[in-house]
Design a protein around this ligand. Structure first.
Ligand code: EPZ
Length: 418
């Protein structure tokens, strides 16, 4: 197991390019099973979740070749519709393999999906939607058995704008017979990217990015070469790092509207932010002010995947902040580790009450999930003294070379094997 050793207190200067979005690339891998033609995904991030998804495709019989930053997927020889529990337990994204496998084979068997320890993460919205498309579903011994004679388009209304459920329905609907309409759809940029990818393969979809997505089923899909949208959560993580450490950085590849509420909140803290096309420049000097209130919401609200990072920032700002986590039941598990660094935070259910302190001190802390782990790294970068952040396997799920990018901005961080 590796750990970071971070000598905090240094300002950050320079520029970084965002990686392709983890939460865009993973559904694109699933979508590649919809065609027996070759699919090339450019600039694929070297992260553990991508390797895991590649393994899942190989388990189905597809060939997956990493060629520099590109991944070439050929699922013409895919022959299995069964996903073992070993891989699907590690990866939440395995759940939207259901839509692809049903579209390709009219059958699918997957173990209940795993993912970060941030909440119950039920999949009722996925399964109810698939039933509307004509799928019969049974569950036993931790496995979900799905089959259908054919997929038939339907009107589906989601009780909650679930990202994964919206993606699963898109994957199941693109080759279904007739028209599928998703009401109450998620509006995240990664949904728009999936629509662009599928339309590039010949699918007929429109409305992604709004709460109504319409799909006209087509009989077959072609291959594609595609460059995914950049990672707004990675970009936001770097911007918050600079807010915490002070200095001035530029993040490129991500549009301001895809970061929406985050920029508004960072300006509220007192950061200076200039945006031009896909470049976002942030400068932070002197003590910042707490946000008073941050509530995580589906896009375009404040992203839950940046909640932990913003809590780490507010921990060292002036005043107090209420952080409300509306999407996941237990997404404050990183807080005790921040308290070991001197943070003054009280968690009650979905609320975290933050009282800003003048600064944190170094400590040995352990990452427990992807974004909570990133928040610990950010806190350590701004803390006085040396910190150790261990169990980097969580961080490796979503960030390519986090230490290399931070080092290029002037951080004193090194990765050591223990
Ligand atoms: C996606 O997860 C992202 N993961 C998550 O990013 C992100 O936090 C989340 O969307 C919200 O934006 C990927 O895209 C791979 P949801 P997903 O379905 O699809 C409830 C990261 O750090 N729900 O939108 O699982 C669920 O319990 C990860 O990169 C149901 O009740 O999220 C949660 O409260 C973490 N029933 C809410 O919806 C369902 O059937 C949001 O979940 C499905 C979801």
């Amino acid at each position: 197991m590796d750990k970071y050793i971070i000598d905090g207190g240094r300002r950050l200067y320079g520029s970084v390019m965002a990686q392709s979005a983890k939460n865009a690339v993973l559904p694109l891998f699933a979508a590649s099973v919809l065609t027996d033609k070759q699919v090339t995904i450019r600039e694929t991030p070297e992260i553990a979740d991508v390797s895991c998804m590649a393994q899942i495709l190989k388990e189905l019989g597809a060939s997956v070749k990493f060629d520099g930053g590109d991944v070439v997927i050929d699922s013409s020889d895919a022959h299995s519709h069964i996903l073992s529990s070993k891989l699907t337990k590690e990866l939440r994204s395995s759940v939207f393999m259901l839509g692809s496998l049903l579209s390709r084979f009219h059958r699918a068997v997957i173990a209940y999906p795993g993912g970060c320890d941030i909440g119950l993460r039920p999949i009722d919205l996925h399964l109810n939607a698939l039933k509307r498309l004509g799928v019969s579903i049974s569950e036993r011994d931790g496995y979900i058995y799905c089959e259908c004679d054919r997929l038939t388009g339907a009107e589906i209304v989601l009780d909650f704008p679930s990202v994964g459920a919206t993606e699963n329905i898109m994957l199941a609907g693109v080759k279904a017979e007739g028209r599928t309409v998703i009401g109450g759809a998620a509006k995240e940029p990664e949904i728009v990217d999936l629509q662009n990818f599928l339309c590039g393969m010949g699918a007929k979809i429109r409305g992604a990015g709004t709460d109504v997505v319409e799909i006209e089923g087509v009989p077959t899909l072609n291959g594609i070469t595609y460059t995914p949208v950049k990672d707004r959560i990675e970009a936001g993580t770097f911007l918050i790092a600079c807010a915490i450490c002070g200095g001035e950085i530029e993040v490129s590849g991500v549009s301001a509207e895809n970061l929406g509420m985050l920029l508004h909140k960072l300006r509220e803290n007192g950061c200076k932010i200039h945006t031009k096309n896909d470049k976002i420049r942030l400068s932070s000097y002197g003590r910042l002010k707490c946000n008073r209130r941050i509530e995580t919401m589906p896009f375009p609200g404040f992203p839950t995947d940046l909640q932990a990072q913003m809590t780490a920032l507010n921990a060292v700002c002036e005043g107090g902040a209420l952080i409300v986590e509306n999407l996941f039941e237990t997404r404050f598990k990183y807080v005790p580790e921040l308290q070991r660094m001197g943070a003054d935070i009280e968690v009650r259910g979905r609320n975290a009450f933050v009282r800003g302190v003048s600064g944190l001190h170094g400590a040995s802390v352990t990452a427990g999930d992807l974004r909570g782990g990133a928040a610990l790294v950010l806190a350590a970068l701004g803390a006085e003294g040396v910190s150790e952040v261990s169990d980097l396997s969580h961080i490796d799920r979503g960030y390519t070379d986090l230490e290399g990018k931070l080092k290029s901005l002037g951080a004193e961080i090194k990765r050591v094997r223990v």
